[in-house]
Design a protein around this ligand. Structure first.
Ligand code: PXP
Length: 236
């Protein structure tokens, strides 16, 4: 069954809007699990704009499956090796971006990324690479030693027309099939919501979807546990 990872960064974003202690991302994570989340995802950004080091440490203690999104910056890699999330998802990071833009350019950075994959794996952390759905990026990902990828669904989610959406969906399906044929575990995420997730959930061979903004947005109205439960119902 397709798994659901819930990204709780926006709970911390709300807390940081007032630089206070609430809402507490750890309590939110527990509610996500109660709603059926299979893993908790958070992004420790280099600028620590929402999730802080202490949040990750507390999440590590509080949840069974923690997926830490992170850049390949040395201090973040060292921190991850110390905390030991179950999985690290390597993402590109630019200071001024509102959210992660595009996938990692693994093709141009095979050596740099390989050494980070090797270091994290030697700490017992499974490593996933967040990439655009292209064969070139998949082949390069394989060269780094990573055995998990997360396909960026942003182009699909933001497609301006039905025909563009269909095309992006086809590209995602082909990329998933190709990576699976190479023995990789394939996840997907970014920009998924309660409407566009349905077609993605039908892609054969996908292991897990990682969803944040849409679930936390719905949680404002129905509560986080119920928002997760509804998403789980759509993809299960
Ligand atoms: N996957 C990755 C690698 C991401 O960087 C993000 C955004 O933090 C997500 C999934 C979730 O995206 P969204 O918040 O649009 O659901």
């Amino acid at each position: 069954m397709l798994k659901l990872g819930v990204n709780i960064d926006h709970v911390a974003t709300l807390r940081e809007a007032r630089k206070t202690y609430e809402p507490n991302p750890i309590d939110a994570a527990k509610e996500c699990i109660a709603g059926g989340a299979d893993s908790i995802v958070c992004h420790l950004r280099e600028d620590r704009r929402h999730i802080k080091d202490a949040d990750v440490a507390a999440l590590r203690r509080a949840v069974e499956r923690l997926n830490l999104e992170m850049s390949i910056a040395k201090d973040v890699v060292d921190f991850a090796c110390n905390i030991r999330p179950d999985q690290a998802t390597l993402v590109p990071e630019r200071r001024m971006e509102i959210t992660t833009e595009g996938g990692l350019d693994v093709v141009s950075n095979v050596r740099k990324i390989s050494s980070v994959v090797c270091k994290l794996e030697s700490c017992g952390i499974a490593v996933s690479l967040f990439i655009n759905p292209s064969k070139k990026q998949i082949d390069a990902s394989l060269k780094t030693g990573a055995r998990i990828i997360e396909l960026h669904t942003g182009e699909y989610a933001n497609a301006p027309s039905m025909s563009a959406k269909k095309r992006e969906l086809r590209i995602l399906k082909e990329a998933c099939l190709y990576a699976r044929s190479k023995g990789m575990e394939v996840n997907a995420g970014h920009g998924l919501n309660y409407i566009n997730v349905v077609d993605i959930a039908h892609i054969e061979g996908l292991h897990e979807l990682n969803i944040g903004h849409s679930i936390i947005s719905r949680a404002v109205f129905v509560g986080i546990k119920e928002a997760v439960r509804q998403m789980k119902g759509l993809i299960g």
